[in-house]
Design a protein around this ligand. Structure first.
Ligand code: NAD
Ligand code: TYD
Length: 344
């Protein structure tokens, strides 16, 4: 076991802090560590949303910097005044990567490269590189271990695999204090409503069809976002530099079961489910062996059967949050119309 690193007085850079996991992580961190500070570097793409961070915007321990992780000058400047990094900034939606992969390669590969280069010049104590379970590809049975080969199948997961392996190369070649983690599908508050659970929940609330791909039999391992934040915290304090850690909840559910459960929580009819043509190259199943992070003392606290209900209720309780995106964002509308029009 690594000797516990101290957090006290440290300044943490969170990239992509205005996104889903980033904003949950910032709330978690500022609440838990009362003498630690956060710098949030975010480009505010369509997925970045400062509404997620309203509660902390006046907190003297929080600073927002709007900028691109591909901007080396800016990144170098920020790296002068931080102690550690949690790198979350990325293009993240598989369906968008199928339409156009350019921004994925730029941010997820090149942007990560810029951060690793900056890390070589600065005095950084730790760097958590957030990869994804999707880099392994799909498997029908069994569980992926950290040293299994990577076989990404979507332009998103291939770009993430590029960042993941660069992180590995930089820690092995230059001895940088990087830890790579590969979380499974997260769910919870503030998730952009293009993703499965918030899209289906908000469509159901609006009595609109829920577009289920293929036969709805794909399996994801659902991890509550706060459990993921705690896992990242565990890695900051106890992870081994140069190592990879899977983060999953071992809560495997088929998409059809998730869709039906959302409708049940909201008291809406199953007839809202609409089977649509499958996603191209749709991975059947992701599943992780997480014994390595369990050995550091982390375990998921929330079971999906409870967490899904709470999450669905959160979207029900905060319609202003998601209606602003679904009704007013041109980005959301044009993607939804282009992508789902083809599936009719
Ligand atoms: P998200 O799409 O909700 O947020 C991404 C954030 O990154 C946004 O705030 C966006 O503005 C910012 N960003 C994008 N490009 C940027 C750039 N070039 N420079 C600076 N900021 C930029 O994503 P998320 O779901 O919160 O995922 C966060 C990270 O976790 C990603 O690296 C993703 O690959 C990884 N991950 C997510 C999940 C999941 O289920 N959500 C699972 C495993 C891994
Ligand atoms: P998603 O939230 O996009 O995450 P990922 O593809 O990265 O795992 O999708 C989760 C699952 O839900 C995936 O199997 C695809 C499926 N899905 C649908 O059936 N319909 C939809 O409209 C979306 C967005 C996803």
């Amino acid at each position: 076991m690594v000797e516990e690193r101290t957090i006290s007085g440290k300044i943490l850079l969170v990239t992509g802090g205005a996104g889903f996991i980033g904003s949950n992580f910032i709330h978690y961190w500022l609440n838990k560590y009362s003498d630690s500070r956060i710098v949030n570097l975010d480009k505010l793409t369509y997925a970045g949303n400062l509404d997620n961070l309203k509660e902390v915007e006046d907190n003297p321990r929080y600073e927002f910097v709007r900028g691109d992780i591909c901007d080396r000058e800016l990144v170098d400047e920020v790296f002068q005044r931080i102690d550690g990094v949690v790198h979350l900034a990325a293009e993240t939606h598989v369906d968008r990567s199928i339409l156009d992969a350019g921004e994925f390669v730029k941010t997820d590969v090149l942007g990560s490269f810029v951060l690793f280069e900056a890390c070589r010049q600065a005095e950084i104590e730790f760097f958590i590189h957030v990869s994804t379970d999707e880099v392994y590809g799909s498997r029908e049975e069994g569980f992926f271990q950290e040293d299994d080969p990577l076989n990404p199948t979507s332009p998103y997961s291939a770009s993430k695999a590029g960042g993941d392996r660069l992180a590995y190369a930089y820690t092995k070649t230059y001895g940088l204090p990087i830890i790579i983690c590969r979380p499974s599908n997260n769910y919870g508050s503030y998730q952009y409503p293009e993703k499965f659970i918030p899209l289906f929940t908000t469509n159901a609330l609006e009595d609109k069809p829920l577009p289920l791909y293929g036969k709805g039999l794909n399996v994801r391992d659902w991890l509550f976002v706060e459990d993921n934040c705690r896992a990242i915290d565990t890695l900051i304090r106890r992870g081994h530099f140069g190592d990879v850690y899977n983060i999953g909840a071992n809560d495997e559910v088929t998409n059809i079961v998730v869709a039906e459960r959302i409708l049940e929580v909201l008291g809406k009819p199953k007839s809202l489910i609409k089977y649509v043509p499958d996603r191209q190259g749709h991975d059947l199943r992701y599943a992780l062996d997480c014994r390595k992070i369990h050995d550091l003392g982390w375990k998921p606290a929330k079971r999906f059967e409870n967490g899904l209900g709470e999450t669905v209720r959160w979207y029900e309780e905060y319609p202003d949050w998601w209606k602003k995106i679904k009704e007013k964002s041109k980005e959301f509308k044009s993607f939804y119309e282009t992508y789902y029009q083809k599936r009719k």
